[in-house]
Design a protein around this ligand. Structure first.
Ligand SMILES: Nc1nc2c(c(=O)[nH]1)N[C@H]1C(S)=C(S)[C@@H](COP(=O)(O)OP(=O)(O)OC[C@H]3O[C@@H](n4cnc5c(N)ncnc54)[C@H](O)[C@@H]3O)O[C@H]1N2
Ligand code: MOO
Length: 403
């Protein structure tokens, strides 16, 4: 099978994908990172009374026009305990930050500008203007105001705003469910004892982190040995459990024990493509089974993560109704050789001292696709198109940001 150009592969993968529209109410504590299903309006006004912004004395501002003057202290208003009466000329109410400003008062004199004279009196030492140190009712928002927009991704601040608006739960789109299966008889879980010629299954953890960072939910299918039946069983399980995407890791190449394509086909899936003109990540495959998408990622750790960044991430973000992550332009920090037939994605770092708009991009010196130590240091991938001519330091380049 010949290599499919990257753009054609992406087009095939994404052409008929639309965002999930199912909605669910999510408790505030679980809402960060979720995508809102609809606009959220305030159920209450904040603050719903005129509130003091400072500790001091609620006064009629006109009464402070020619300090020093003395006012009678007729009571106290604390947060949660309003003063019930009304202030008249010549009177003040001791008040604390966040407390309701009593009727009749229009300003708060901060206590640094006041001198308390026993229980009953206070000396005014400064002029206060009408409205000074008062947060009027509705200062933040009013009941019915749209606080959060449909399809916004909830930040910590947005969650706090939703809470303040009176919502214990927020309406979110269902997250795309991504089943992740590591395949390979040599794999063991991190921390488990390793037998001869065994290795740690690290990729599932990298992929799970990528899925969660991009609005998805992980269904962990563990590790399957190199047996078609075991891989198929996990495909069936993922379909039963309502996965939107099934991702296998490893067994994507052409060796005798590379069984992903066979397992996909025997499970009844159609294979959309297999093998993309890119480095790393060439043996990538994509298919579908009923409503579920399948991605077969290569096993080499960097190949797996790069293929996931380029294919799983956009698929997931589209399903999750998140904006695509677009390539950016930078300047090469070092020269590069002419490229071959595969688009090359070069693990690189950004020069922290460089220009932020058009950063200098520094390729890491070793690019072998087995090297997680290099991949983990990389912040970006320089995208060198097929047959790109040799490039010199300072030349423009395109790059993809990793997360
Ligand atoms: N004759 C050919 N051989 C290979 C070709 C080819 O075109 N012709 N392509 C090479 C390329 S490119 C890649 S990439 C690899 C990918 O192969 P597979 O997807 O079949 O990966 P495996 O053979 O299963 O594993 C490769 C490597 O990665 C390790 N691995 C696998 N799964 C995990 C995991 N979950 N966590 C960590 N490491 C994992 C595995 O032990 C192997 O060391 O094929 C080339 N060969
Ligand atoms: O594509 Mo493989 O991913 O070159 O190592």
């Amino acid at each position: 099978m010949s290599l499919l150009p990257l753009e054609a592969a992406l087009e095939r993968l994404l052409s008929d994908v639309s965002p999930i529209t199912d909605e669910e109410l999510v408790p505030l504590r679980e809402a960060t990172g979720r995508v809102l299903a609809c606009d959220v309006s305030a159920l209450r006004t904040q603050p719903d009374f005129n509130a003091s912004a400072m500790d001091g004395y609620a006064v009629r501002s006109a009464q402070t026009a020619s300090p020093p003057s003395v006012l009678s202290v007729i009571g106290e208003s604390a947060a949660g305990h309003a003063f019930g009466g009304r202030i008249q000329d010549g009177e003040a109410v001791r008040i604390f930050t966040g407390a309701p400003v009593p009727d009749g008062a229009d300003a708060v004199l901060i206590q640094e500008d006041a001198e308390r004279l026993g229980e009953r009196q206070v000396r005014v030492l400064a002029v206060v203007m009408p409205g000074e140190n008062v947060r009027p009712a509705g200062n933040d928002f009013r009941q019915g105001d749209v606080l959060l927009q449909r399809h916004a991704r909830l930040t910590p601040g947005a969650v706090a705003l939703g809470a303040s608006g009176g919502h214990p739960r927020l309406p979110a789109l269902r997250r795309p469910r991504v089943a992740i299966l590591a395949t390979g008889s040599e794999l063991v879980e991190p921390g488990a004892p390793l037998g001869p010629s065994q290795i740690v299954a690290s990729n599932s953890y990298g992929l799970a982190a990528l899925v969660e960072a991009n609005g998805g939910e992980v269904l962990d299918c563990g590790i399957a040995p190199d047996r078609v039946g075991d891989i198929r069983a996990q495909i069936d399980r993922a379909l039963r459990d309502g996965a939107d995407i099934f991702v296998s890791i490893g067994g994507a190449s052409v060796g005798d024990h590379d069984l992903a394509a066979k397992a996909f086909e025997e499970s009844g899936a159609t294979l959309d493509f297999w093998k993309v003109a890119m480095r790393p990540g060439k043996p990538l495959m994509a298919g579908r089974l009923g409503p579920m998408r399948l991605l077969g990622l290569p096993g080499n750790p960097s190949s797996c993560m790069v293929a996931a960044t380029l294919f799983l991430r956009p698929l997931l973000r589209r399903l999750a109704c998140l904006p695509p992550i677009v390539e950016r332009t930078g300047r090469l920090g070092s020269g590069m050789r002419a490229n071959g037939v595969r688009a090359d994605f070069v693990r690189s770092m950004l020069n922290p001292a460089g220009d932020r708009e058009t950063p200098e991009v520094l390729p890491l010196d070793r690019q072998d696709s087995s090297l997680l130590s290099i991949y983990a240091r990389a912040q970006v991938l320089i995208h060198r198109p097929p047959h790109a001519p040799p490039a010199s330091p300072g030349d423009a380049c395109r790059f993809v940001v990793l997360d």
